[in-house]
Design a protein around this ligand. Structure first.
Ligand code: SF4
Ligand code: SF4
Length: 156
């Protein structure tokens, strides 16, 4: 595994923290007290909302203390890169293509481009104009194919 490539790829991406892929991060009960000030922990539950408030650009502000779920998580693209099936340049180009799809969705919604626009669009799926609905569908196919596979998009 190329740790340097892993860090570089994830710093070019951030989709598993910014709301593009997930809307929550599961937490261990023991993690809640230490992280509830820095993450958006849902009252009475063991998960934090995304987009994650600890995300600074594409970097994690609580990296040393991040939840176990975050430590363990590997999307399909990262797994493929670590298995040397996809070069760093190839993986970053997939991330950039995905960001372009998200930007198209944001433009169709008239919103700023961020992971938030993905979650908002999913929540209002039935009300989306045709261009936004098509942009969301293209983005979700891209996320499923390159990042999620069969995993749920609700949480990691
Ligand atoms: S979605 Fe994958 S490549 Fe992107 S930051 Fe998360 S683990 Fe890294
Ligand atoms: S704690 Fe850090 S690694 Fe985990 S979701 Fe938030 S920004 Fe991402």
């Amino acid at each position: 595994m190329a740790l340097e490539g892993t860090v570089s790829l994830c710093l070019a991406c951030g989709f598993c923290c910014d709301g593009t892929l997930f809307n929550r991060v599961p937490l261990l009960e023991a993690e809640v007290p230490a992280l509830k000030v820095r993450l958006q922990v849902v009252d009475g539950q063991h998960h934090a909302r995304q987009p994650c408030p600890a995300l600074d650009g594409t970097a994690c502000r609580v990296y040393a203390e991040r939840p176990l779920t975050c430590r363990r998580y590997r999307c399909l693209l990262l797994e493929a890169h670590e298995a040397t099936e996809v070069s760093l340049a190839g993986a970053v180009s997939i991330v950039e293509a995905t960001k372009a799809l998200r930007a198209t969705l944001a433009a169709a919604r008239g919103h700023a481009d961020s992971g938030l626009v993905v979650e908002e669009s999913r929540a209002k799926r039935a009300e989306l104009a045709l261009d936004a609905a098509e942009a969301l569908e293209r983005l979700e196919k891209q996320l499923a194919f390159h990042f999620l596979g069969q995993r749920s998009r609700q949480s990691r």
